[in-house]
Design a protein around this ligand. Sequence first.
Ligand code: G16
Length: 542
Amino acid sequence: MTKTVNTTPYTDQKPGTSGLRKKVPVFQQPNYAENFIQSIFDSLEGFAGKTLVIGGDGRFYNREVIQIAIKMAAANGFGRVLVGRGGILSTPAASHVIRKYEAFGGIVLSASHNPGGPTEDFGIKYNIGNGGPAPEKVTDAIYAHTKTIERYKIADVADVNLDAEGEQQVAGMTVQVINPVSDYAELMETLFDFPAIRAHLAGGFRIVFDAMSAVTGPYAKEILENRLGAAKGSVLNFVPLPDFGGHHPDPNLVHARALYEEMMGENAPDFGAASDGDGDRNLIIGKGIFVTPSDSLAMLAANATLAPGYAKGLAGIARSMPTSGAADRVAQKLGIGIYETPTGWKFFGNLLDAGLATICGEESAGTGSSHVREKDGLWAVLLWLNILAVRKESVVDIAREHWTTYGRNYYSRHDYEEVDSAAANGLMDALRSQLATLPGRKLGDLTIEMADDFSYHDPVDHSVSNNQGIRILFKGGSRVVFRLSGTGTSGATLRVYIERFEPDATKHDVDTQVALADLIEAADALAGIKERTGRTEPTVIT
Ligand code: G16
């Protein structure tokens, strides 16, 4: 029933920021997915007879790879697989299921916010027993195995029925098809004051949630409409589609433009939100105000004790380095730790496991907490709703009051997508070579105080991660950061992160791009973006 198949390595299976992401036709090459999955198993020890969780965001090719993963898990000696019905599990739900059922680990099939379809993106990610993305030492080991693989093991059996909940046997292994939503929805009920949110919604507070034809549809329908009583129709685009309806399931101001326009319109609902392909990102828009992910992290942390799950207070806050310093001011006021990690949710795992941080967040629309080991889109929406239900103020009022108390970190990210890889690497190399001479240099009214390539020293396992982004700090606390994305699938994506701190409340009403104009100009002067990339404008501004 089990067979061993000879294979040869592919040279391009190095996991990026979040697993292996490639175009579907790349994954459809003979043995491509099998090689990577076998390399995951070959890098692990001690899983014989244990449980593996498998799920995905429902994108094109999800079902095929789920079948392959189940059959390979059986052949490699796992005792049990928990798989979401229809092959569906949002990334945060998969993390929760791993933790709740004490699984050995999980395979999550997703390319997150990247588009889906026969010629679009697919991805495979391995999560460890704490429910979080595999740390670098595991992804490095997986990559090493992909370079030398000679065979993989797979059960030679018929496909599993993914559409009926319950148990089946596959080559001596038990496969349990589970409801993808119920465990997650129960967890949310333990963290948030559902009766208060329900009462607030019943009192006329109007919300809209755009599931972007991706995985959060069934979760949002169940939680927001069925359990919390939001008006029917509050959840839009709730049927997960293999190609996300032809859109990018990326909850930002470009790809969720219709939601943004609605929220800025005259008869806007009170609260608008969206989540991405696999349900771990969030977009938060109040009536008339977009809340940047960095601000959202700070505001959620400042108000978290209003939710029952966080009533005892936070142990600490963690943010990725390019995320604005807004959360740092909250941590300072609360007298708790603040941790600055490289981009990638995997870097939060140790801090959460060690109890050093309770809430984590990233500028890339990710926020989450110690309840799972992934960022969690609906969790952020529910924490906002809990805070709004208790404070009974508008999002605008909460944001303004926050800025008055803590100061405002004007913040924007400029992305240059599908740039020629050599040009992008050349730009970063040129910046790197200037680092030592930059301090003291003046650009208009700005003076560079410090410049480095960020290195992270993990305080828990003492591992060191170098070259995590170039930081240029100016006198007065403004900052520009340059990084190449680790999640794109074609060419390179240059990310430029721009930030200015403004303590004066009379200056909190400026348009963000205007408030950052001199820094944007300085970024181009330093890196030669236009000249090196040939682009006059960013592809996406968030
Ligand atoms: C992934 C990671 C995040 C990271 C984001 C952007 O998110 O989990 O930690 O911030 O990619 O990374 P990059 O700037 O390298 O493209 P997701 O939602 O894509 O899984």
